[in-house]
Design a protein around this ligand. Sequence first.
Ligand SMILES: Nc1ncnc2c1ncn2[C@@H]1O[C@H](COP(=O)(O)OP(=O)(O)O)[C@@H](O)[C@H]1O
Ligand SMILES: NC(=O)OP(=O)(O)O
Length: 314
Amino acid sequence: MPERLVIALGGNALQSKDSAPTAEAQLEVVRKTASHIAEISRRGYEMAIVHGNGPQVGRILLSSETARDVVPPMPFDVCGAMSQGYIGYHIQQALKYALAARNRNYPVVSLTTQVVVDKNDPAFQNPTKPIGGFYSAEEARQLEQEKGYVLREDAGRGWRRVVASPLPRKIVEIGAVRLLWDHAIVITCGGGGIPVVENPDGTLEGVAAVIDKDFAAELLAEEVDADVLLILTEVEKVAINFGKPDEKDLDHLSLAEAARYAAEGQFGVGSMLPKVQAAMKFVRTNPGKRAIITSLDKCLDALEGKTGTAVTFA
Ligand SMILES: Nc1ncnc2c1ncn2[C@@H]1O[C@H](COP(=O)(O)OP(=O)(O)O)[C@@H](O)[C@H]1O
Ligand SMILES: NC(=O)OP(=O)(O)O
């Protein structure tokens, strides 16, 4: 049986820090990302792909709000759906090409995916998810006053708008993902999924939030009974004492070690911490399985156990 992967793609798989955040620049980065994913597919793994959307949904929202005198602004959930659509389109197009270059005529499909959140999730009272671009402290103050945004300093890189990031509870389209799994590479739960709440009468309603894509990928991995949750980001390994002279890369983290380091504050809140938490949840629920945190360009070596940080139950 081929190993089944759920791959979570981080920001660097979609955008480069060195270029303007245009659609064209994104497609160029996505083409490189797609060649890594196509190579994973060529080695015989089955997979679904989850991607982030923080920078993209923030910019769509800003465009929509800026043009409010000309066209009615799009609600937040619709902006999330738009980000899912265009990022999925880029990955779908680039991956088809990268697979064909390896003589793999394998279908790729991106699925507009809604993810149910709890409307009483405390995250709605405490926005934490950075979206869009960066501002100076002065611009941030001005935006807070003029537009009522909430902005926070983001890891020494500048100020960013933050929005609620509730936990994913249920993937609405999971039945479609399961049907598609045996026939295609499915791009799903993009941007963590379009956040919706369930009304008492069973109807769904979009809400203003951005779900963490690593947590959504974890839920998906549980739901499709994946063998591996593969979280791809900028760093090859999770470290302790990150950014300090005594920084130490970790090849392996047991659940107990991960919990201890997390309690010590070893993982960046809003960056590495959610990845480690997602990995912990996956192996807690599936004690025989593994989660891997590594960089995009090391993904194959990491799957073969040669690098990356493997998170396992024991
Ligand atoms: N303990 C740690 N070990 C490794 N990287 C860490 C650690 N704490 C924080 N980080 C940072 O977290 C980043 C990954 O988070 P982020 O960039 O938000 O993820 P994403 O790839 O999903 O966009 C790494 O590139 C690194 O800068
Ligand atoms: N939705 C989400 O987690 O996006 P980022 O990975 O871009 O923060």
